[in-house]
Design a protein around this ligand. Structure first.
Ligand SMILES: C[S@@+](CC[C@H](N)C(=O)[O-])C[C@H]1O[C@@H](n2cnc3c(N)ncnc32)[C@H](O)[C@@H]1O
Length: 245
């Protein structure tokens, strides 16, 4: 791939997770952000661990096909690695990320990567869905919506989640997270995220889920969502949960 001109949050996360799918421009942005906020690796490891627990729970509920929105880099414990053998379609709206993602999943059976705007889930190519998830119209799908809510304003997010609800069969599950108010204490870091970055009060998020029913686990800091052992000691920067259609 040619050297990207601008950093990508997806590749910055890959850097924090110790991956190899990032560039100097991403490392510079990640280090500048850490200069304004503090170390991030543990926070993103905890978030990726939540993604793994949520995907495995969806699989334990009998769902073996996943549609991932704003997927970023499909590595470092992403969905097809935590639920081996599942059908997975990753989507993202950044053409650079889609190209990098396609390279990474090329040749993997049952795993695809397609362009897709999470704000318009109905716009995802049905051909790509049919190829990657042959039973998406008739059997429950695991939707993965992580690291993405901050980039959508409230009306867009509520509409997107509503469209996703209509897109998939009954019994489908949605793994979601969002940025809580952590960065309010770090104005320089917040400014780096730009004006289109939306943090949310946890108490306000449920309303945005519309018809999706949150499981009894509730909406909690991701480290506290069904932890495998003692929850990681990280700031409550990301909250999330699992919801059912
Ligand atoms: C912070 S990264 C998160 C990546 C991955 N989901 C994770 O949790 O590590 C955000 C990703 O969402 C993508 N993104 C932002 N807005 C989007 C939209 N409206 N539709 C699809 N992808 C979007 C970006 O291109 C980027 O890859």
């Amino acid at each position: 791939m040619t050297e990207p001109q601008a950093p990508s949050t997806a590749r910055m996360i890959d850097y924090w997770l110790g991956g190899t799918n990032h560039h100097p421009v991403d490392v510079a942005a990640a280090q500048a952000f850490e200069g304004a906020y503090g170390p991030c690796a543990d926070i993103f490891r905890s978030l990726r661990a939540f993604s793994g627990r949520a995907a495995r729970q969806i699989a334990a509920d009998g769902v073996d096909q996943f549609l991932v929105f704003g997927a970023g880099i499909p590595a470092q414990g992403n969905v097809h690695e935590t639920v081996p053998g599942a059908h997975v379609l990753y989507t993202d709206f950044d053409p650079e990320i889609v190209a990098a993602g396609r390279e990474l999943v090329a040749g993997l059976p049952n795993v695809g990567y397609a362009p897709g705007d999470a704000a318009d889930p109905r716009g995802i190519d049905p051909g790509a869905l049919d190829r990657a998830l042959p039973q998406w119209r008739t059997r429950p799908v695991g939707l993965v919506f992580l690291g993405l809510a901050a980039f959508l304003d409230d009306p867009t997010l509520a509409r997107a989640l509503d469209q996703m609800y209509d897109l998939v069969p009954e019994g489908s599950l949605l793994a979601f997270d969002f940025d809580a108010m952590e960065l309010t204490g770090y104005p320089e870091a917040l400014a780096m995220m730009g004006p289109g970055f939306h943090m949310r009060e946890p108490a306000d998020f449920g309303a945005l889920l519309g018809r999706w029913q949150v499981t009894a686990d509730g909406i909690v800091p991701v480290a506290q969502w069904r932890p495998d052992g003692p929850a990681e000691q990280v700031p409550d920067a990301f909250w999330g949960g699992l919801a059912v259609k």
